[in-house]
Write a protein that binds this ligand. Sequence first.
Ligand code: FNR
Length: 361
Amino acid sequence: MAPEPVNVREFQQLAKEKLPKMYYDFYAGGAEDESTLKENMEAFRRITLRPRVLVDVSRINMSTNILGYRISAPIMIAPTAFQKLAHPQGEVGTAKAAAASNTIMVLSFNSSCSFEEVASSCNAVRFFQLYVHKRRDVTAAIVERAEKLGYKALVVTVDVPRIGRREADIRNKMVSPKLKNFDGLFSTEHKSDTGSSLETYVSQTRDASLQWKDIAWFKSITNLPILVKGILTGEDAIKAVEAGVAGIIVSNHGGRQLDCSPATISVLEEVVHATKGKIPVLVDGGVRRGTDIFKALALGAQAILVGRPVVFGLAAKGEAGVRQVIEMLKTELELTMALSGCPTVKDITRNHVKTERERLL
Ligand code: FNR
């Protein structure tokens, strides 16, 4: 048995010990050679901090605003699919932990708990992540349902027109579970004789023809603010602003889609500059330490989201594990802010970090 974790990375081993190999590999794995998966974490390490001293850090305030919602720290929960495969509590456990930590959970479209159960289980601010179905009437019905259930924003994931080649899932012949959320709308039960049934599920349901102009359609069917998740370039950030979205999530899907796409922290600043401060920019991918969060804020992110550490926390200990993961990140961020001379998140500036390129100049 792995010892009691003292940092979020150590939850991974606990999860590995608890989960069947097929599910552990599904959570842990990335696309092809997993270069992007590794690079997401490595790129954080290459950024150094520029701490300032003799600042009053006797009180640290990590709280921040996301789309008008006050949260305890700039740490949000990324949407991750099929959480009941990690723990019987599934997404309800994660939502309760989000409420206890006073943060925002983004519920995955591929939630194994019903959207209704998650909505009624806690009073956390919840955002709803959307994958766009080939049939617009199906998508419209799901968006309407999410809005009625009190989800506060629509996070449209734009980096999965097709699923990346996740070789562990192909090797394990990963079986994706039936999702009761879509009973009566479309079938989520797919079989594949040759590899991952997820690939079949996505290719048979997902609208790969989605384009920037379709953002207008989303705006016509919902009053919810729309965030686009999966932006990696300044060019697309400009398009997102032009399309009138409420925010951007810089993401490469945790290295699960296009291998060799850049580490998110390495392109964050390009995206932030392109938006010219018009809309908030969030980032996910490889965040495992409070120092990572500090670096992301210094480079212009308003908050970060965590994916795998939350799933591993859930697998290890259910709701309590997720809570522990969030609290560990908060504790580390608080210490980082104190040791860097930043009593509030607004005090964290571009001058508090140095990228590898800047060090070489
Ligand atoms: C994901 N991610 C994801 N994203 C999304 O928009 N909808 C989804 O259903 C899922 N499902 C999912 C499952 C699993 C097991 C993982 C690991 C990831 C991507 C997720 O939201 C986020 O972008 C990454 O997980 C961030 O990287 P880290 O924190 O896992 O390194």
